[in-house]
Design a protein around this ligand. Structure first.
Ligand SMILES: C[S@@+](CC[C@H](N)C(=O)[O-])C[C@H]1O[C@@H](n2cnc3c(N)ncnc32)[C@H](O)[C@@H]1O
Length: 228
């Protein structure tokens, strides 16, 4: 069942000339006819991140919100990319995307490869700079991120000082001078008032779980985040 489903997902995504649109109704009719039946049979193998229909709708909304459907070609870095739908959609709109995620989830390791996404393995940890990815980015994103926690402290969320280091690293080492950063947060991050206050204090506009930096964060650049 699992193998069949993986083949099915690959077929949808890879099918020649398949146009990404936000409704299942736009799937080619032969695939559309299979869709509900296959989902029905998935049973316990259901894995929410393989729900292409739902995830493409959400991902396209994110891309539209960031204006990517009408922007000139950009370089995009997606942090904690999961299955890689966002970089895939970026590529669809003519942008170049690099994605990073940690190892350890079979689905998140396999799907970006099927999608032809340039996914690199890197685990974000507090006070550890991200190594050079070979270029700087016009847009850095992180959706439903959960790298902002301490695995060794019961998954407690980062405080502003960890965020400051992380944003300084992005700004100094990975973001173009006029670049943008956008996060869409899970509830655990939104729930930390001091994190959201801190992000606003360095220039983020926050609403509905989003934190958007239309210009680079105003973090102190005096401390170093040099990649060693
Ligand atoms: C909830 S999923 C969101 C996936 C994707 N961004 C989306 O919105 O569909 C969180 C992702 O963050 C990744 N992640 C969690 N902790 C991480 C860390 N410390 N470093 C890198 N990636 C991490 C997970 O592997 C997973 O892919």
């Amino acid at each position: 069942m699992w193998k069949r489903f993986r083949k099915f997902v690959k077929r949808i995504i890879r099918s020649q000339g398949y146009e990404i649109t936000p409704t299942k109704a736009a799937l080619p009719s032969e695939v559309r006819a299979d869709f509900d039946a296959v989902f029905e049979k998935m049973g316990r193998y259901r894995f929410k991140f393989l729900d292409v229909n739902t995830f493409l709708v959400g991902t396209l909304s994110r891309a539209h919100r960031l204006g990517l459907h009408k922007a000139k070609p950009l370089s995009v870095l997606d942090i904690g990319t999961g299955a890689g739908y966002f970089p895939f959609v970026c590529q669809h709109y003519g942008h170049q995307a690099v994605a990073i995620d940690r190892r350890g989830n079979d689905v998140f390791e396999a799907v970006p490869e099927w999608l032809g996404v340039d996914r690199r393995y890197w685990e974000i940890n507090a006070y550890q700079p991200i190594p050079s990815l070979g270029r700087k980015f016009d847009l850095i994103t992180g959706f439903m991120v959960n790298f902002d926690r301490f695995p060794d402290k019961g998954y407690a969320a980062w405080d502003p000082s960890e965020w400051e280091f992380f944003l300084r690293d992005l700004t100094q080492n990975h973001l173009q001078p006029q670049g943008r950063i956008a996060f869409l947060f899970n509830e655990h991050t939104q729930a930390k008032a001091n994190t959201m206050d801190y992000l606003r204090s360095v220039g983020a506009k926050t609403a509905n779980g989003w934190a958007m930096f239309e210009t680079p964060p105003r973090v102190s650049m005096n401390a170093s985040t040099a990649v060693v």
